[in-house]
Design a protein around this ligand. Structure first.
Ligand code: FUB
Length: 455
């Protein structure tokens, strides 16, 4: 199963042009929920399994970036196993910070009701560890109960919304893990959402649009927004605005129109970060991807003067970097702008590391600022239970200046880490992209890669 995605990457290598979308190539990722926190943008995602024929999803993942192009894989700190009541369908979710704690609202199939339920996990850091906050669902027992989205208003009141094909809405108590009052249904009017809910549609009447699923509620500059997957399958993204968190909502039109994304669902999340506005969504654009093999992508946009959204089209280019990284600090190998062939694994001791490295695979890391003094050597932590291999480090392009070739030896096991060095052949200063090109015996797994650093 794992090898399949890799083989496809290798087979289609020449067809993959360099672009930032999808932002993760080592796994399928879905239903993005961005959260800016401090110096980093975090994206909480679902995870489509390789070769899936349905949304057989078992866990959620976290990625983060300080520059919007190099994404660090934080692995999967939350899965169905984290919730004693859940037994399938780890679908869309969102995380929010309050009073130093991180609340991750999820939906999953409930063993208790035999239908879908909304749950909440809590952690002390954006990357976890997370645990079920209450040991039971927040709301259970309805196939409509999917895709929770959460918003903390300026007055300290938090709201939770979810649902397909209706939108449920409630207040959260200050503890963020209990519902204040009743769960209401948001009235689905043509004025609010372009059309009434599917069951109330009249034959022969043409509506502007319709809410389907994947709500994203947020507030910005006194405007309340509800973005959502709309129009039936295939889905586009539309939105409504309101002056109050509970509406009434006004249908505003499409944000991301239907286009050839290769996925019949779409699901968005929006966040501002370091003075830029970003729209996250998913496509089926990773090799062998599709409706059940989706991948998160991101576009930068500017709000219109009146606070409304512009039309945002999906691109393969994605966004421009908004920062640099220091290569003289230790960099986790699972921080990458683009990769080909490699996968990731995680364990308690090492955390996340790059695995499944084969001859011809590569990793690109962008915007490394070497400063004015060239480093003299390159150091990496590697592990191999076989013969190991080599990594060539090139500047700026795959056939750019060869800075060094590092040899990763047999270390006695795939998790027996050894720190190895290579002297630089060439000086390097200023800001550069780096291409790590992996070489070794054809077909064999070469080595695992945990971190690297220039000295
Ligand atoms: O990822 C599973 C489901 O597909 C989500 O819950 C929906 O929003 C759609 O993206």
């Amino acid at each position: 199963m794992k090898r399949t995605l890799l083989s496809i990457f290798m087979a289609t290598a020449t067809a993959v042009s360099f672009g930032q979308n999808p932002i993760v190539q080592t796994n399928y990722t879905t239903d993005p929920a961005p959260m800016a926190d401090g110096d980093r943008m975090y994206v909480y995602t679902g995870h489509d399994e390789d070769n899936a024929n349905f949304f057989w999803m078992n866990d959620w993942r976290v990625y983060s970036s300080a520059d919007m192009v190099n994404w660090t894989d934080h692995g999967s700190p939350l899965s169905l196993a984290s919730f004693s009541w859940a037994d399938g369908r780890a679908w869309a979710a969102q995380t929010i910070k309050r009073n130093g704690k991180y609340y991750w609202y999820v939906c999953a199939h409930s063993k208790l009701s035999g239908a879908m339920a909304i749950g909440v996990a809590v952690g002390d850091s954006p990357t976890g560890p997370f645990k079920d906050a209450i040991g039971k669902p927040l709301a259970d027992g309805n196939w409509d109960y999917i895709d929770p989205t959460v918003m903390l208003d300026d007055d300290g009141q938090a709201y939770l919304c979810w649902g397909n094909p209706r939108i449920y809405f409630c207040k959260l108590n200050k503890d963020m893990v209990s519902i204040d009052g009743q769960v209401e249904k948001i009235p689905m009017t043509a004025e609010g959402f372009g059309g009434p809910t599917f069951s109330e549609r009249q034959k022969g009447v043409k509506y502007k649009d319709s809410y389907v699923e994947g709500p994203w509620i947020m507030k910005r500059n006194k405007h309340y927004y509800l973005l959502y997957a709309a129009g039936g399958v295939p889905e586009h993204i539309a939105y409504s605005m309101a002056k109050k968190p509970f509406g009434p909502w006004k249908y505003m039109g499409e944000v991301m129109p239907l286009s050839n994304t290769g996925s019949f669902t779409n699901h968005c999340g929006v966040a501002d970060f370091k003075g830029h506005s970003y729209f996250f969504y998913h496509t089926g654009k990773l090799p062998k991807g599709g409706g059940f093999g989706r991948s998160v992508a991101v576009e930068e946009f500017k709000y219109n003067k009146d606070g409304s959204f512009p039309i945002i089209q999906p691109t393969s280019t994605g966004v421009q970097p908004i920062g640099t990284m220091n290569p003289k600090n230790r960099v986790e190998a699972e921080t990458m702008a683009f990769s080909k062939g490699v996968r990731v694994e995680q364990n308690e001791e090492t955390g996340v590391y790059v695995s499944d490295i084969h001859n011809g695979d590569s990793i690109v890391v962008r915007m490394l600022d070497f400063g004015t003094t060239s480093p003299k050597s390159f150091t990496a932590s590697v592990a191999s239970a076989l013969q190991g291999g080599k990594v060539e480090v090139h500047a700026d392009k795959p056939d750019g200046k060869l800075l060094c070739t590092l040899t990763a030896p047999y270390t006695g096991g795939w998790e027996k880490w050894q720190t190895v060095d290579a002297n630089l052949n060439e000086e390097i200063t200023g800001v550069h992209d780096l291409y790590f090109l992996f070489k070794g015996n054809q077909g064999a797994k070469l080595f695992n890669f945990d971190w690297w650093q220039f000295k």
